[in-house]
Design a binder for this molecule. Structure first.
Ligand SMILES: [Mg+2]
Length: 360
């Protein structure tokens, strides 16, 4: 980190159980009950959000809906209403923007705020965070957990420490004290695979990770090693960016064994389309142009695109366009080693159907 860089005051604001909270606010009969937002329990859908009461039963987002019913038969199952969540999101973000111009949305219910230039007015970043929480509660009837820290990395970790309705402050002088007792998996980008490999090195906490020399991390984790080294020290120079509109969203997969049957490829396209649809929905976006990518066994690569009349985030619709485009390739006659599904020409809101879920 550049020692001469001015100290930033960054907030990470993360709405608590956003989808479920919106329903529970508007329907008092739901309060205090396990509420699950997602696909029909009878179908193959997944959970998009679960209230804290439902989480107590082990239900998380991406839990198959059918499994959620088994875990908690008395839960209230509701269909997601994305237009409603987007509207709410807009109102909440407007509150954020009242406190600073530098707001970077991360998803429909999460944003980074740089409040460094607002301290004269508010006294401290903590005071800004308290005022934001108060306004979101008073004006929207919702709770937001906030992390306050000198950078995005630490603010993000902090907002997650005390949910729901949390406020966790990491002063610059307390960075190591805050990080050291955390588990390595609490660092962004540390998934189960990295966690297992660190564990084999005898590293379970961030404090232990901080004791590992840089060259050893680079040997073990390649480029990711340097990131681990910085993150263990709480270092992160990324600024809060105001404009971070996505241009495209895609998912692709390389197969260890080439695909030869069209039915198999259709199935894969269904899976990839679901990932793209879910990503679009998460960001409140729809794609007007859909692109199929096919790489044949000899590594030649073909892309085919189609532009739709109306933007979509519907996995079923994306998949059917992909299957159609696949029929305009040589797939089936030639073996395929990679398939990709992409959405571009993205627009915010105004989407007729937003299905996170396989059709029932
Ligand atoms: Mg959230």
């Amino acid at each position: 980190m550049n020692p001469d860089a001015p100290v930033r005051r960054i907030l990470h604001c993360d709405m608590d159980c956003f989808y479920a909270a919106v329903h529970m606010r508007d329907d008092p009969s739901l309060r205090g009950r396990p509420v699950v937002i997602g696909g029909s329990p009878a179908g193959r859908g997944v959970v998009a959000a679960a209230s804290y009461e439902a989480r107590a039963f082990g239900i998380r987002s991406a839990t198959p809906a059918a499994r959620a019913v088994r875990l908690c038969p008395q839960a209230v199952f509701l269909k997601p209403e994305f237009p409603r969540y987007r509207l709410e999101s807009r109102q909440v973000f407007e509150i954020f923007r009242h406190f600073t111009d530098i707001v970077q949305p991360v998803s429909i219910d999460e944003a980074y705020l740089d409040v460094s230039s607002r301290l004269d007015r508010w006294g401290s970043a903590t005071a800004v965070a308290q005022a934001i929480k108060q306004r979101v509660r008073d004006e929207r009837g919702l709770t937001v957990s906030v992390g306050v820290a000198p950078n995005r990395l630490l603010a993000k970790i902090a907002s997650d420490r005390d949910k729901p309705d949390g406020l966790t402050v990491v002063p610059p002088s307390r960075v190591h004290a805050f990080l050291d007792p955390l588990a390595v998996r609490d660092l962004p980008g540390v998934g189960p695979a990295t966690e297992r490999r660190l564990e084999r090195m005898g590293v379970e906490t961030v404090g232990e990770l901080r004791a590992v020399p840089l060259d050893r991390l680079e040997r073990g984790f390649g480029r990711h090693g340097a990131t681990l080294y910085r993150y263990a020290r709480g270092q992160d120079d990324r600024p809060v960016r105001v404009h971070r509109e996505r241009k495209s969203l895609s998912a692709e997969r390389t197969y260890s064994q080439d695909l030869t049957a069209l039915t198999e490829m259709d199935e894969e396209l269904g899976r990839l389309s679901e990932r793209v649809g879910r990503g679009l929905a998460k960001h409140g976006l729809g794609a007007r142009t859909l692109t199929l990518k096919v790489r044949y066994e000899d590594f030649t690569t073909l892309t085919r695109s189609r532009t739709l009349v109306a933007p979509t985030a519907d996995a079923g619709e994306i998949a059917s366009v992909m299957r159609l485009l696949l029929r305009h390739s040589e797939a089936g006659r030639r073996a395929v080693r990679l398939l990709g599904v992409g959405g571009s020409n993205l627009v915010r809101g105004g989407i007729a159907q937003l299905a996170l879920f396989a059709p029932d």
